[in-house]
Write a protein that binds this ligand. Structure first.
Ligand code: ZN
Ligand code: ZN
Length: 348
């Protein structure tokens, strides 16, 4: 079959590889669509600590079941269209037992320890059938919409932790796809004012499609002063950092309203994760500093519901579509920062 193989940083391409091996309790999917994630871009650029190259990446997957293993006992049948998010929980740690799946101590991911979805076919391992994040979706839904339910799940989880809701003023730092998802989601949840900041005008222009109340170019304007001005000196109820820039975390604390919630959504590069936050501001202003990563099965369920309803502008999120054979071309657009979500279709 055809698949994208990453051999080394900035050395990848579409190649012929052997068909994936289905385990007896697993299943085989034809990949209908697979979206490129920010973390995939990092892997393409510089590798990934949990991925041993050469490797097939791609973890935002829409696929159709084509074959079931002899011992398969899952709920899905041949011909069903599935949304496959990569997270596979262990099901036995204290957190899983408590239903707090996003904190699972032993979670594994498809495309890290099992080959990923930038391929014509993917084998879903038994562990994912049992404790993964897989949901059936109606056939009439665009597979590109189905693929991007994964990053939407992470954002739903984060905004749940940050209790984003009616009347909130929300500032999102970083206007990549994740910042745009957060903008649309905050709107869906009833936020009053939503401001999105970035250092690149081109990205802020793409973010306009999600109807923020204002965009702020922080290369030209001081973010702290601008948020103070926009909020009559009060600051934002919620600040979401959706960028690997350490300064965003420092400024998030400075632009939050007293009692505000700060969601540290984007991780920082290794060696840069002590950005010099003024913790006295957290102390005296009673701020809530909230870490968030991955998601639980229910967030994936909500994401599927959201994209299958008309409530979420998922069409605006997908700026580029390519056949899988044009992976290098599509990935280049994304690596140059000229896209929101780039989705690949192995079948076309
Ligand atoms: Zn992703
Ligand atoms: Zn667990």
């Amino acid at each position: 079959m055809k698949a994208v193989v990453v051999h080394a940083p900035m050395n990848f391409g579409v190649e012929d590889v052997p068909e994936p091996q289905m385990q007896p309790a697993g299943m085989l999917l034809k990949v209908d669509a697979c979206a490129l994630c920010g973390s995939d871009l990092r892997t393409l650029r510089s590798g990934h600590r949990k991925v041993t190259l050469p490797w097939i990446i791609g973890h935002e997957i829409a696929g159709t079941v084509v074959e079931l293993g002899a011992d398969y006992a899952g709920p899905w049948g041949v011909g069903e269209r599935l949304a496959v998010a990569p997270v596979v929980y262990c099901g036995v740690c204290d957190f899983c037992q408590d239903g707090r799946y996003a904190l699972c101590e032993n979670y594994k991911e498809i495309a890290q320890i099992w080959p990923g979805g930038f391929a014509e076919t993917i084998a879903i391992p038994p562990e994912a059938v049992q404790h993964g994040t897989i949901r059936a979706v109606p056939r009439h839904i665009d597979p590109a919409f189905v693929a991007v339910t994964e990053p939407i799940s992470s954002c739903i989880h984060a905004q749940e932790k940050g209790q984003v809701g009616l009347g909130d003023t929300v500032v999102i730092i970083g206007a990549g796809p994740v910042g745009c998802i957060h903008t649309a989601l905050a709107r869906t949840k009833g936020a009053d004012k939503i401001y999105i900041a970035d250092i690149v005008d081109e990205r802020l222009e793409m973010a306009e499609a999600f109807a923020p109340d204002a965009t702020i170019n922080v290369a030209k304007t001081d973010l702290v002063a601008e948020v103070r001005r926009l909020t009559q000196g009060k600051g934002a109820d919620v600040v979401i950092t959706a960028t690997p820039a350490p300064i965003a975390q420092v400024q998030a604390v400075e632009i939050a309203r007293k009692g505000g919630r700060i969601l540290l959504f984007g991780g920082l590069p290794a060696g840069k994760s002590k950005p010099g936050i003024d913790t006295n501001i957290i102390h005296y202003n009673g701020l809530h500093l909230i870490g968030t990563t991955i998601f639980a099965p229910r967030h994936h369920r909500l994401a599927v519901k959201l994209v299958t309803s008309a409530q979420f502008p998922v069409d605006k999120l997908i700026t580029h579509r390519f056949p899988l054979s044009d992976f290098v071309k599509g990935a280049t657009v994304a690596l140059e920062g000229k896209a929101l979500k780039v989705v690949f279709f192995p079948g076309s």
